[in-house]
Design a protein around this ligand. Structure first.
Ligand SMILES: NC(=O)c1ccc[n+]([C@@H]2O[C@H](COP(=O)([O-])OP(=O)(O)OC[C@H]3O[C@@H](n4cnc5c(N)ncnc54)[C@H](O)[C@@H]3O)[C@@H](O)[C@H]2O)c1
Length: 396
């Protein structure tokens, strides 16, 4: 593989699959080995450059599992197609790093790994929300620096979120899981913006309100805003959970930050470029009561100068999906996408119902192919497996 060190598994397999980073767990390897794949895993923690990736693809490469840090663009898909590439999967649910149109034009299915990140990433967004609201990092630094000499009534006052207003931008899988954690756990009123709405979330919260009222508690408010600006105006916490594409780049810019309440908390555990990071630094600097919890950055792994010095910013290095269960599940789904496509299996029709693929007896299908429709791939779904016994959901 060019000059790069790699670990080779199942060396006599007839199809070569490139995996650009070590992945956790074993099941993913078993799936590829069972499909007669020779698996080559790059042994570097550095981000692979374009040239590194072209070298790694080499002259013969039928499958690839890539990372969100890699630009899988037209040039790479050209090299991949020339090498016989027939199946690519991103090791992520987001695929803004992949030129899907370029892959489709070359007949290459592109997989992603939805579902297994949902609660994990939502929990991380909850953690960031409270870390920012309750000044956890500031307090921890103060203690570590030996500055804690006395309990004081005024020490590190933060924000109480109970019964306040939660703003969610993008109520898809992760946004709605986060909304339920915050609304059901902390009785927050919800105001959300999503061009597609989320009837299922609203139905859940309506049932939750029935429960609250049965218990003699006041119901929570649930409101779908017609504009993003309405969310920014009303919410005490605003958490962003949209996909990143041209239409959502810098969705939160200087003008939108100015619409937020002075003491508001902004959370971003989706994608860095959704927020204009330079504008965020300026806003946080001039609004000391405003706080932000950030998992992702506009120019990752670089961070806008000045951001990390601000006491009202909590920042962590893109850990949204970082639990063992999720990262192993992502590996299993990515490998199953590649293995299934290489065997000519159909695509699964419902990427929101993919737990079966984590079991010992997965369906004969690729769990999530984002360009299946464009490629005209046949599909099968849960309805085609009526006799299956389903595994217990979410068993870490
Ligand atoms: N931090 C991490 O490690 C991590 C982990 C997993 C996912 N993510 C990111 O989280 C985001 C959400 O993932 P998901 O699985 O919930 O995706 P999803 O597709 O289920 O949800 C995205 C939602 O955004 C909505 N949307 C699209 N454009 C919008 C706009 N302009 N304004 C408001 N809403 C809009 C869509 O209608 C959809 O409901 C993605 O950006 C993904 O890349 C980050």
């Amino acid at each position: 593989m060019g000059g790069m060190a790699c670990r080779i598994l199942n060396p006599h397999g007839s199809r070569r699959v490139l995996v650009t980073k070590e992945l956790p767990g074993e099941l993913w390897l078993e799936r590829l080995a069972a499909t007669d794949c020779r698996v080559e895993v790059c042994q570097t923690s550095a981000i692979l450059s374009h040239d590194d990736l072209i070298d790694a693809i080499g002259e013969s490469c039928q499958g690839a599992i890539g990372q969100l840090t890699e630009p899988w663009d037209e040039q790479l898909f050209d090299a991949f197609a020339r090498a016989g590439g027939a199946a690519y999967s991103n090791y992520a649910v987001g695929y803004n790093n992949v030129d899907v149109a370029a892959a489709t034009a070359r007949g290459i299915p592109v997989g992603n790994t939805p579902g297994v990140l949902t609660e994990t990433t939502a929990e991380l967004a909850v953690a960031l929300t409270f870390a920012a609201a309750r000044r956890i990092v500031e307090g921890s630094r103060f203690l570590t620096a030996g500055e804690y000499h006395a309990w004081l009534p005024t020490l590190f006052q933060g924000e109480l979120l109970w019964r306040r207003t939660l703003g969610v931008i993008g109520a898809g899988r992760i946004g709605s899981a986060y909304a339920r954690m915050m609304v059901e756990g902390h009785r927050m009123d919800l105001v959300y913006y999503d061009p597609h709405g989320n009837d299922q979330l609203e139905a859940h919260l309506s049932a939750f309100n029935e429960f609250l009222m049965d218990q003699g508690e006041d119901p929570v408010g649930v409101h779908r805003a017609l504009t993003l600006d309405e969310v920014l105006n009303k919410a005490d916490v605003v958490s962003v959970h949209t996909i990143l594409d041209d239409s959502t780049f810098h969705l939160i810019d200087a003008g939108r930050l100015a619409l937020m309440k002075p003491h508001a908390i902004l959370v971003n555990a989706a994608r860095g470029p959704l927020v204009d990071e330079r504008a965020l630094v300026e806003h946080a600097r001039t609004h000391p009561d405003f706080r932000a919890g950030l998992d992702v950055f506009e120019h990752e792994p670089d961070v806008e100068p000045g951001l990390l010095e601000l006491p009202n910013i909590v920042a962590i290095p893109h850990l949204g999906s970082a639990t063992g269960w999720t990262r192993e599940g992502m590996a299993t789904l990515a490998a199953t996408n590649v293995a299934a496509v290489l065997q000519g299996w159909p695509a699964w029709s419902d990427p929101d119902d993919i737990d079966l693929f984590l079991s010992e007896a997965p369906p004969a299908a690729a769990p999530s192919i984002v360009n299946a429709t464009e490629l005209g791939l046949p599909t099968v779904g849960p309805e085609d497996r009526a006799g299956d016994s389903r595994p217990a959901r979410r068993s870490p």
